[in-house]
Design a protein around this ligand. Structure first.
Ligand SMILES: [Mg+2]
Length: 369
């Protein structure tokens, strides 16, 4: 089989209202870069590279990667991965160069699954838990009044999710009001806190001490991803687990987090860290350090599908990040409806490849030209 074409479709969704993060930041637009690979056997692969700035992923994929991907065998995924990310390593060790390759890698795995007539997880080791399911948590609550955030958390708890995640990060007093309000209404449902890199070490330690009192499940990205020593410092000082990694790239990046003992829950994002191929290796590396992986996934249904496939076949993966914000490009991109039970257990899709399809009405409505 040979690759005959590679292109990127840019999608964008204007949100009905802005979603608030730490330090007063908010966003009201979600962008996506879908990588489409065609072959001479008529099999088409779909992938996604992290694409809030999808024009960058499109440029890298179509201008840098496509010219030599054409004519290659799409089933030689390891060889193509190494060619894409180890030969021009001088300027693409991290960032959107790796995101672009992540999308290509994912599309190659989609082709492989369709070629072999199997879901990707079956090609990568099969069902690691044996029950055909993965456990999800509700992601996410965004900054609002304590009352509104608590009401949303209660709703997700009632839907059966055993854990809910919220964004905070606007100071000790305001953060605590929201933690208390949410904890008061969710009973024994766990609460994860995501600071989106909003604090410095002094603030993060102070807020972390407050979070300890509320038995928080994990403390996500309290610091800049540049400050690995700071994360290790917090991990040592606090009795709550540190989660980080959505802004880290490749096994070499994660190696630093593990060697410096800076993380309890590693959060590689398949759309950024190097694709399915690299995420499996990061998880294996984490396993050697006894670190749990919980894959970051805040993206379209293509990224959701890839995350489900990798989680399914990886023993040290826990907690599917399940987007509960009614994002229009989420479950709608799956070939068959996602099955999720009253306890937040998600059935692993068994369609060949990723089990996603480009639906014309969605592509037409949200296409960025
Ligand atoms: Mg996060």
């Amino acid at each position: 089989m040979k690759i005959t074409d590679v292109k990127v479709i840019k999608l964008g969704v204007q949100l009905p209202k802005p979603l608030g993060l730490s330090k007063g930041r908010e966003f009201n637009f979600r962008g996506a870069a879908l990588v489409i690979i065609d072959t001479d056997e008529g099999i088409q692969g779909i992938g996604e590279g992290y694409g809030p700035e999808s024009y960058i992923v499109k440029t890298i994929v179509e201008q840098k990667l496509k010219p030599w991907l054409i004519g290659q065998d799409p089933l030689d995924i390891e060889r193509l991965w190494c060619r894409m990310l180890t030969t021009t390593v001088y300027w693409d060790q991290k960032g959107q160069g790796v995101s672009a390759v992540s999308g290509v890698d994912m599309a190659l795995w989609d082709i492989a699954g369709k070629h072999y007539g199997a879901p990707i997880y079956k090609l990568l080791g099969g069902d690691a838990r044996g029950n055909g399911k993965v456990q999800a948590y509700a992601s996410d609550l965004f900054w609002d009044t304590p009352e509104i955030m608590a009401e949303s958390a209660r709703k997700f708890a009632l839907q059966g999710f055993p854990a809910v995640k919220t964004h905070l990060g606007r100071g000790l007093t305001e953060d605590e009001k929201r933690v208390k309000a949410i904890k008061d209404v969710i009973g024994d449902v766990d609460l994860m806190i995501d600071m989106n890199c909003g604090y410095n070490r002094v603030e993060a330690l102070k807020v972390g001490k407050m979070l300890e009192k509320y038995d928080i499940y994990w403390y996500e990205e309290p610091l800049s991803p540049y400050d690995i020593a700071g994360l290790a410092y917090l991990k040592d000082k606090l009795d709550i687990p540190i989660a980080t990694g959505e802004n880290e790239y490749t096994k070499w990046g994660f190696k630093e987090l593990f060697l410096k003992n800076a993380v309890d829950f590693a959060m590689p994002d398949i759309m950024r860290c190097g694709g399915i191929t690299e995420t499996k290796k990061i998880c294996a590396l984490a396993e050697a350090f006894d670190v749990i992986c919980t894959l970051h996934n805040y993206t379209t249904g293509v990224g959701l599908a890839a995350t489900l496939q990798v989680m399914a076949c990886t023993p040290n993966c826990e907690w599917l990040e399940f987007d509960v914000t009614d994002y229009v490009l989420y479950e709608s991109l799956l070939k068959n409806p996602l099955e999720i039970d009253g306890k937040g257990m998600v059935k692993i899709p068994t369609d060949p490849g990723l089990g996603v399809e480009l639906k014309n009405h969605l592509i037409d409505n949200y296409l960025i030209t």
